[in-house]
Design a protein around this ligand. Structure first.
Ligand code: ZN
Length: 147
């Protein structure tokens, strides 16, 4: 089909309707691009280049990696004077309880990733605890900081 607006022979209905014509800003590199309303990244190549995501403990099952991350956080909390309690059931509302000076903190531990611009994130669905610890390969990020 010939499109009078774009002057091209091959135009999809989505292109003809302006589906990809929104001004967007890439969350990875910060460059502007034309895309859909939901599109946050300019290209796949940009994601791969900017997202410093290294799969931790390659070859190990997800559950084992999760357990390792919980134990890393437990060690960190204990080293900082907290008493740490671990959930018995995987469907508990938090992974760890940390106790210090009569204050109790419910803690969720997630394996996270970091972008070149310093942004740290993790899958955030189903988090019910008030305190999140994002486990990165080289450090732990507390959100918010326990006190
Ligand atoms: Zn980009």
């Amino acid at each position: 089909m010939y499109c009078a607006i774009l002057g091209k022979m091959e135009v999809t209905m989505r292109q003809a309707k302006g589906y990809y014509n929104y001004d967007r800003k890439c969350v990875e590199c910060g460059n502007g691009f034309k895309g859909t309303l939901k599109q946050n990244r300019c290209s796949k190549a940009c994601v791969l280049e900017n997202e410093k995501y290294i799969k931790p403990y390659p070859g190990l099952p997800t559950g084992t990696v999760g357990a390792i991350q919980e134990l890393r956080v437990s060690i960190d909390l204990m080293a900082n004077g907290y008493e740490v309690f671990r959930a018995i059931s995987p469907s508990c509302s938090c992974d760890l309880l940390a106790l210090k000076n009569g204050k109790m903190f419910d803690v969720e531990v997630r394996t996270g990733y970091e972008r070149k611009n310093g942004w740290v994130g993790c899958p955030n669905q189903g988090i019910r605890a008030k305190h999140l610890v994002i486990a990165l390969p080289d450090r732990l990020v507390y959100k918010p900081v326990l006190c």
